[in-house]
Design a protein around this ligand. Structure first.
Ligand code: HEC
Ligand code: HEC
Length: 152
């Protein structure tokens, strides 16, 4: 009778080693811009970039670019109940906090109606506005920002 559990243990062991052997994946020599990595390997996350801390607004590169955020935003909540960004950037508080007011486009719905408060499509600020970090471009490019917006 005691042989039955032993039998199951051996069978489980054989199946497991077989499955592990099958999971070895051939990456086919592919390499991403973040380096080579095999599909069955979980790489450690990249370390966080150092975000610029409290700077004057940064010149925009082209007309209609969402300006980049010149300050830390870590821990600023934006959800159904509250929007930390609007505590400073709304028209109501901008004067006392010294933050740039959100522009009129942020009150417009997608059918061109102007609302009396921020439009839902402009509510989640970090969907378009990102913090600026001193990071080298991953891909070389020849883009030149327009001079009329304050770039040298
Ligand atoms: C405590 C107040 C405060 C909060 C909260 C805050 N900001 Fe700001 N933000 C400022 C101030 C002040 C400036 C202007 C910096 C200056 O002129 O020195 C600024 C600048 C900016 C700019 C640049 C505007 C421009 O004209 O270039 C953007 C974009 C921005 N913030 C987005 C955000 C977003 C998105 C959030 C939420 C994740 C946020 N801010 C939360 C105070 C705040
Ligand atoms: C769908 C994209 C999008 C979202 C979401 C969005 N913005 Fe913007 N934002 C823009 C663009 C594009 C501009 C520049 C052109 C303009 O004013 O519409 C801008 C401009 C701004 C400016 C500069 C205004 C000026 O007069 O120069 C501030 C400040 C700003 N946004 C803050 C915010 C805050 C705070 C939120 C969240 C409540 C937010 N934005 C959500 C796209 C967005």
């Amino acid at each position: 009778m005691k042989l039955l559990p032993l039998f199951f243990t051996v069978v489980t062991f054989v199946i497991t080693t077989h499955v592990i052997a099958q999971e070895k994946v051939n990456p086919g020599g592919l390499e991403t811009i973040r380096g080579a990595s095999t599909i069955d390997e979980t790489r450690p996350a990249e370390s966080l970039k150092r975000v610029i801390k409290d700077k004057n607004p940064i010149a925009r590169n082209y007309v209609h670019q969402p300006p980049v955020v010149p300050h830390q935003t870590r821990g600023y909540r934006v959800d159904t109940n509250s929007n930390k960004c609007l505590n400073c950037h709304s028209w109501k508080y901008a004067a006392e906090t010294g933050a740039t007011k959100i522009s009129l486009t942020h009150f417009e719905t997608r059918d061109g109606k102007t609302l009396s408060d921020v439009s839902p499509r402009r509510y989640f600020c970090s969907q378009c506005h990102v913090t600026q970090a001193d990071a080298a471009p991953l891909v070389e490019n020849t883009f030149k920002p327009v001079e009329s917006l304050g770039n040298e």
